[in-house]
Write a protein that binds this ligand. Sequence first.
Ligand code: GLN
Length: 507
Amino acid sequence: MELTDATATELLGKLASRACSAVELTRSFLDRIARTDSSVGAFLSIDERGALASAAAIDRRRAAGGPLGPLAGIPVAVKDVFCGRGVRSTCGSRMLADFHPPYDATLVARLRAADAILIGRTNMDEFAMGSSTENSAFHPTRNPWDIGRVPGGSSGGSAACLAARQAPLAIGTDTGGSIRQPAAFCGVIGLKPTYGRVSRHGLVAFASSLDQAGPMARTAEDTALLLGVIAGHDPSDSTSARVPVSGYRQALGEPLNGLRLGVVRGQWTEGVERAVASAIERAADLFRELGAELVDVDLPHHAYGIAAYYVIAPCEASSNLARYDGIHVGYRAAAAPRRGPGAAEDDPGAAGDADDSPLIDLYRRSRTEGFGLEVKRRVMLGTFALSAGYQDRYYVKALRVRRLIREDYDAAFQRVDLLIGPTTPTTAYRIGERSADPLAMYLGDLFTVGANLAGLPAISVPCGADGAGLPIGFQLHAPPFQEESLLRAAHQYQSATDWHSRGPELE
Ligand code: GLN
């Protein structure tokens, strides 16, 4: 078996027993990236020199018997939406193409402190707006299972690099499904933690009440390992929770006897591909064989999730993205051609009209050139929905729906421990298939936005393939801060199946 096929847990074992060094291991992943990334396009930048230098430092420390962090020598790929000190952090946008933040996001600092090897930055939809990674300002990422198809998004680079064996662990962010949906499309695990579980300090904001960072990996065990490193209270993030972090790996082995698993059957009768629906049925049946009791539950307001999400997220985005004005931060358009003397007389409106001042002109041109189409669409939707006279009709109403959705989950969790359903209605679609039809793209988020609106943890786990061999994932939801139960259920499922050990042929 190649080193790049091993899980992070297996690699830690090899490092501890000196079967390989951190430098050898890092080199294997860098070689794999060099051989495969021209077709996949998972990465926006690769820090070969920095990665090898950290690996060498870890090897020296190990040889000297010094202390080592829990991820010592393990490469981790980080979505390009986190600030890294001196590291180009683009958010997939032209707006931040040359942004080298002066500080580390808390998540990045925690990975460094755990002795992870930060191997590179992964591609994403611009400012995390999208479901296909086609909205990156740099290049689209391709699905390693079929390079004619999208990897999902917006954390498509992170999901694709795991499927392509370019890194054993990756970080994504999830505002409406961006960890779980690409995980499902690429046949890997993606966990969106409870809102407040992982610090957002240094995570470039899209929709602050929904954004949450989380771990991605091929096994539940690796996902638990990575979550343990990034989770926990952070005084620099006022929304970070003061809830103790569980030992996510300790509970994995506990059997599922007596687990009450809610099946939201009504949710996946319509618009769900047959192969997806039957894979979820089979996963639920397997959980029953593993000792769970299946209980039918209803989430009556589920269907309104998309409408509420696509009001709330753009409203918050239009406010968060106001800072990119070409002056304080981000891309600045070139100076406008100077008006000739007498221009004001030729154009009587020019001098007095604030909209035509050089400052407004600079804002307008910087934002026009710096942002892509989807980001502009969101900013305009959000600005419209928040405008005087419309706020009650859209934003306030969406907040009411959000509350009803949260109450549906509260009621369901009175009766069951976890909920199971599909992560996505379909498997990965073709590149270009939905890019001209934003609504079709948005509807693919049907099953994922609920967890963000309600702030709940949810996980996507590979559980099958369609007729073309494309991966399918099931999704579990849990009550707040029960990431441990999600991981335990996922681990028990993986112990009884081998979907997670399949990989695409790339070379
Ligand atoms: N696809 C959703 C959107 O475009 C979710 C994105 C995300 O979770 N970052 O808004």
